[in-house]
Design a protein around this ligand. Sequence first.
Ligand code: NAD
Ligand code: MG
Length: 301
Amino acid sequence: MTNDSNDQLKLQNPVTRYPSIAPPEQDQPEPGLDKNLIPQSDRGEHSYQGTGRLVGRRALITGADSGIGAAVAIAFAREGADIALSYLPAEEQDAQEIKSIVEESGQRAFLYPGDLTDAGYCERLVDEAAEQLGGLDALVNNAGRQISVEDIADLPDEQWVDTFNTNIHAIFRVTKAALKHMPAGSTIVNTTSIQAYKPSAHLLDYASTKAAINNFTKGLAQMLAPRGIRVNAVAPGPIWTPLQVSDGQPKDALPHFGKDTPLGRAGQPTECAPAFVFLTSPESSYVIGETLNVNGGMPSP
Ligand code: NAD
Ligand code: MG
């Protein structure tokens, strides 16, 4: 995607920084791949410029192969962090691409394919990442699944449970395991959603998990602040990622995706990354239990 984002220091109009896309109706099996997304998204590979805000940090990012997680991995690497990437085995190709970008940015990248609904994987992931990184001081709980279902009668019990396992139970397990490694000064950032406040009827299970993530974030933040570990969250609005085309939205909604925001367009994954960088950087030392909304201007609590 070419646009005026190549120089982040230039004055930019947020309305026109990216085009208002009208994606064609498309379908990918879950999990979708960035590689097959039409149009392609911007994860910051050609635009994100670091300013040394995370030098020497060691970060574990879940769902780091694509979309928002990939944009965070790229931004963190450009800011000087080494990265451990968690993703599903089916996403190997996307993950390899992000690994290359991290390494081209001069940082180390380690890959951990696995399923976060498996409690054993959650623990192994953290322990192996901490070992290979030489420690762990930044965690981004970003993985998630979103399957749209129009009627509660058609929402299978299996989907309800799997969405909770993926979106919130895994955050509990990964975080608990990570805290064994994290020294004072460490940070945790969870990806929640505007769905936590304004649930869409067709995302009953997903939106419920996002409200739980907000609540978990605020409780854990109070528990860990005295230890010098900060916990915060980022709540994206409509961001163009593979999640949306692998049944995250009704197909006929895709051409209008994000157009009802005050900016009139969907967000790109790289537009979320600075919020994660801010909450992970030591600069934000007095920001605790906060949720930063990155949603194109939709009013949120
Ligand atoms: P994405 O599909 O690129 O990323 C989601 C990632 O979650 C996948 O790449 C996959 O690696 C991971 N994942 C899913 N199930 C998993 C499992 N069982 N085990 C291991 N990993 C698993 O889509 P995205 O939109 O970038 O999503 C990232 C986060 O952002 C999610 O938590 C999502 O809920 C949240 N979010 C997205 C939007 C949006 O509009 N795209 C809005 C608000 C919040
Ligand atoms: Mg993916």
